[in-house]
Design a protein around this ligand. Structure first.
Ligand SMILES: [Ca+2]
Length: 573
């Protein structure tokens, strides 16, 4: 096989991150740690049994399931990230169709499975983003500017709407069961169905099963390893919103702070303009870029940067009118509160701090900071998470977000009543996500990635998770690793090397014992076949590469070699 990891000094990398393999794809060694972690066998290929067209009829007996169609999709009909999708069988259906006694609407868990005619023996459960509600094509895109995707690699891929359609928007939250399905129950109902369907389609159940997704999809991944650790062998979570209700309230808190300093009250983005965000990003770079040994537009040493950078001291304070090159004292106060982390009126933390990073000027930031709080977080908090839900007849998202009480919102996401027996913080979040003995002891592995410039789910919250896992498990690095992606926004984009194939690295770890000492990521500059990221800085090589390092290691410059090449950097403390 082709080595997919850059050459790095593994002795250094292994000082803090115990390595279960040599990192170059050959000669895996036995994992280390307090307990003997079993090595799972590699999946083996199989071919679809019989024709695709009659599959839906042939497998009609699956419990609580209606299969509506099975259709062969020719190779090249679909393309994802510049990669033609191989020939496969698309099976569509729904589970647990019902009429709600709460709102009278019809609900079901809509899904599709895409089954490669030439199967690699693996199942990939695709967690989708946002508030779900759509059966996103089951191609198994895994966040970042992926080099390939699971279907391309031969996985059978499942995608679902998590139990509600898109037509209702957030108002599915009026139905208690729809909330639970969105939170975690749809994934738990789909998992055995999908495995049974694959067994019928291929003549054997999947040898290995994976769960992957970014954002809300990453949240689904966290719920999967916390709630059904016996069902999956590998978990790939990007930008995991594993405290999603808290993050949504925190984002509304941010909107209220921006509104307080907006020059145009009708447009909260005027509280922190594009030019001002670039000014702050440049100030972060001026203070932090070189901390990793290379002045290259990337802040790799995230932790040192947070200890070094000061919004108050390192960004000019406007002496007169705001012109984009400075922040007013009030702006500094408001923005610093957001980065320190939203609080209630009594100073209690709502969610997480956010790290200062070089991607603050990117376009995605504006969407998450100024549009999402009124367009998305309002409905999520008010209708899907709150107990009781807001009255749809009078609910107004912008008014809710810009004038609502943060304290009341925090209370509402923790509330229950006779109809809604689980609070949002219960149904949306993984129970005990840092207690992972069940995952470890069966030989399963977890890989998490998070853009440091993500403005909606904080990389700091993922670091908190990794710290918690390390606290609970002295051998944490043998089964769970977090990779920060400097400069990257929410799942992709920003001034970053955001193209990587973490799924192949995960398979190598799960099935071959090759621990991912680093994962090579590339920029998607001009000419990138999988789609160009317009935010790659002009001074970078179009295909600049970097090692993504397992936290707490940092990609540091070796002192010589091209600043555009991963081999010039090593994962070190
Ligand atoms: Ca740097």
């Amino acid at each position: 096989m082709t080595a997919r990891f850059p050459w790095i000094p593994l002795a250094a990398a292994c000082a803090l991150v115990a390595c279960g393999g040599d990192g170059d794809g050959t000669a895996p060694t036995a994992p280390t740690g307090p307990v003997a972690i079993p090595q799972l066998a590699a999946a083996t290929p199989a071919a679809l049994v019989g024709s695709c067209a009659d599959l839906a009829t042939r497998l009609a007996g699956l419990a609580n399931t209606t299969l509506s169609a099975s259709t062969e999709i020719a190779a090249g009909t679909l393309s994802v990230g510049g990669q033609a999708v191989p020939a496969h069988c698309q099976v569509t259906g729904k589970m647990f169709e019902r009429t709600s006694t709460a709102d009278g609407n019809t609900y079901a868990i809509g899904f599709e499975l895409r089954l490669p005619l030439a199967w690699n023996g693996r199942f990939f459960h695709q967690g989708n983003g946002g508030i779900d509600g759509s059966v996103v094509p089951a191609t198994g895109a895994t966040g970042g500017g992926a080099l390939t995707h699971a279907l391309h690699q031969g996985f059978a891929v499942l995608s679902s709407d998590a139990g509600h359609g898109a037509a209702l928007g957030p108002f599915f939250g009026l139905d208690p069961q729809a909330r639970l399905d969105y939170g975690y129950q749809a994934a738990m109902k789909l998992t055995p169905m999908a495995k049974s369907l694959l067994a019928g389609a291929y003549g054997k159940a999947p040898d290995r099963s994976y769960f992957g997704g970014c954002s809300n999809g990453g949240r689904h991944v966290f719920n999967a390893f916390a709630r059904m650790p016996d069902q999956y062998d590998g978990y790939l979570a990007g930008a995991p919103g594993y405290n999603l209700p808290k993050a949504a309230v925190a984002n509304i808190f941010g909107a209220q702070r921006y509104a307080s300093v907006a020059s145009n009250p009708a447009d909260i983005s005027t509280g922190f303009t594009s030019a001002e965000r670039v000014t702050v990003a440049n100030a972060v770079l001026a203070r932090c870029d070189a901390l990793d040994g290379a002045t290259d537009g990337l802040v790799q040493d995230v932790r040192a940067c947070q200890a070094t950078f000061s919004l108050a001291a390192d960004v000019p304070t406007c002496s007169g009118a705001r012109d984009g090159s400075c922040l007013s004292a009030d702006q500094k106060n408001a923005i610093a509160q957001i980065f320190r982390g939203a609080t209630t009126s009594t100073g209690a933390a709502v969610y997480s701090s956010f790290p200062y990073d070089a991607g603050l000027g990117a376009g995605g930031i504006a969407f998450w900071e100024f549009t999402a709080p009124v367009a998305l977080d309002s409905g999520a908090v008010g209708v899907i998470f709150a107990v009781p839900p807001a009255d749809p007849a009078t609910f107004n998202g912008p008014v809710f977000s810009l004038t609502g009480s943060i304290d009341a919102m925090v209370a509402s996401i923790n509330a229950t009543n006779a109809s809604f027996t689980e609070s949002a913080m219960q149904f949306m979040t993984p129970p005990n996500p840092t207690q992972l003995s069940a995952v470890r002891d069966r030989g399963a592995k977890i890989m998490v990635y998070h853009g440091v410039s993500d403005a909606i789910f904080s990389a700091d919250d993922s670091v908190a998770w990794a710290q918690g896992v390390a606290t609970n498990h002295s051998d944490a690095a043998d089964f769970a690793r977090l990779y920060l992606v400097p400069g990257m926004g929410h799942c992709s984009g920003g001034p970053a090397t955001d193209q990587f194939d973490m799924l192949s690295a995960l398979v190598d770890w799960v099935e071959r014992g090759v621990a991912p000492a680093s994962v090579t990521a590339s920029a998607r500059g001009t000419g990138n076949a999988g789609g160009v990221n317009a935010e790659v800085p002009a001074g970078w090589a179009a295909n600049r590469s970097r090692p993504l390092c397992p936290w707490p290691l940092v990609a540091r410059y070796n002192g010589s070699g091209s600043l555009d090449t991963a081999s010039s950097f090593s994962c070190r403390t």
